[in-house]
Ligand binder design. Structure first.
Ligand code: ADP
Length: 198
């Protein structure tokens, strides 16, 4: 048993992957690396990267793969990610999977598990509508939401079969209470010998 883990959490917009990702990462004592959060922080701080990506995020489009991968590579070389990390929002298409593979292989590493949060489309749409009201994220407009869901179905869903071929995907029922879902994830990871610290 080990408390280190290299994880990816995937799910459609509104699946709750951001919330669950934080809880799972806390349990393992590993950092969450969320590309959406990195971009939003840069936009808020008005950095050069932030200025580069504002319009892209508002439209619900993807930031160019090479730029996104370079940012993730840089983040993963920080000390706190040496023994594991939880990726949220990256990789998001097969090109990014290849770029991540190249980086991890170069370090003699690989993802241990991919948590797929399964939530019916109606439920995710409902949660997104709520989030739009509660948080007022600038990309939670009807148009940007529709664009992001389309990109998820066309570009992100296919990465699941790539990882499924490697036998590392855990499909988790994402409908239930917060705690129930966290427990389902922990149980699936424990089967892989990935035990949380707490
Ligand atoms: P959501 O999953 O609700 O779309 P995220 O926070 O994961 O929210 O992403 C917000 C936006 O950040 C995306 O719509 C996209 O513009 C950008 N983004 C995040 N991750 C990536 C990525 N891996 N590749 C390209 N763009 C990304």
């Amino acid at each position: 048993m080990t408390s280190s883990a290299r994880l990816l959490i995937v799910g459609p917009q509104g699946s709750g992957k951001g919330t669950q990702g934080v809880l799972v990462a806390e349990g393992f004592g590993i950092p969450v690396v969320s590309t959406g959060d990195i971009f939003r922080a840069n936009i808020k701080e008005g950095t050069e990267l932030g200025q580069q990506v504002t319009a892209i995020l508002d439209a619900g489009d993807l930031v160019p793969d090479e730029l996104t991968s370079a940012i993730v590579r840089d983040r993963l070389t920080h000390e706190d990610a040496a023994h594991g990390f939880l990726l949220d929002g990256y990789p998001r298409n097969t090109a990014q999977v290849a770029q991540l593979d190249e980086f991890l292989t170069g370090r003699g590493e690989a993802l241990d598990a991919v948590i797929l949060l399964d939530v019916p489309r109606e439920e995710s749409l409902e949660r997104l509508r709520l989030r739009a009201i509660e948080q007022g994220r600038s990309d939670d407009t009807d148009e940007a939401i529709a664009k992001r869901l389309d990109i998820y179905e066309q570009e992100t869903a296919p990465i699941i079969s790539v990882y499924a071929e490697r036998g590392i995907v855990d499909r988790i029922d994402g409908v239930g209470s917060l705690d129930e879902i966290t427990e389902r994830i922990a149980a699936a990871l424990a089967v892989r010998g990935l035990a949380q610290r707490v």
